[in-house]
Design a protein around this ligand. Sequence first.
Ligand code: G1P
Length: 299
Amino acid sequence: MKSIIPAAGLGTRFLPATKCGPKELLPVLDKPVIQYVVEEALEPKGVDGVVIVNSHDKPQIEKYFAHDEEFEQMLRSRGKDDLADKVCEAASLPVSFVYQDEPKGLGHAVYCAASEMDGDPFFVLLGDYFVPDRQMCVNMAKVSAAHNGASVIAVAPVPADQVSRYGIIAGSCVESLPGTTACDEEEGAVWKVTGLVEKPKPEEAPSHLFIVGRYLLSPRIMDLLADQGTGAGGEIQLTDAMERLLKEEEMYALVVDPDQGCDTGTPAAWAATNARMALADPTQVEAFKEALGKGVRLG
Ligand code: G1P
């Protein structure tokens, strides 16, 4: 079973920094954002590979996940085995690449990886966000296992005036994740999905639960994406193909706390994520606080 990470976007929100370097390689502490997402994508039982949907304009991502023996040897010859090990670890992750050279939307990006899925269910993880404890997809897999392998998406409450930025679900709460008593829009509640709409107007939103960017999907979605027309924003939307999937198969949504994960989608969110990760890292926290204390007053 594989996980897909779409990574062909232009990174316009990070210009000028992303003029000649992909946003996926921006660091959070000493690791690029996409490595956190890859590690999260490999966490659920049964996932043995990650397919990154890249564009040919960003060869640096492939270079990052490839071995460079000369470079690793050079580090070792200088006594920097710890760094060589870290470099080697990233290159040892089971990552492969397919290409999306036209920005036709998330549905199209996912479909670009169709031939790599071997007809199995698969995860999709959007790359502007990562979950440090890597448990969100693991919990989604538990919900799927309890429902015959049905598709499961992570959702979370969003204020009414922001629904038009996201995919929104319709449905009702049917149970809770084992070990919790959650209901409605509480973390751990499980909804049976009856409809999905991409970027609705506030008055047309069927609920306040938005799709967070973590999907566990039935292989049937690839057949539907093959002839999916354009939707919101003139793009081929994954949400629209999922709405069609609902007519054939059951789908569930797990309510999550989006703050379980870290957002790296804008410069401010990325900076806050670096701070959060530094404060949580025993090897960095003291130096970080000292550095932050120089010239910064919070509040
Ligand atoms: C995509 C999805 C949307 C989802 C969102 C989460 O939208 O199409 O359903 O809610 O990611 O970030 P995008 O952010 O690409 O517009």
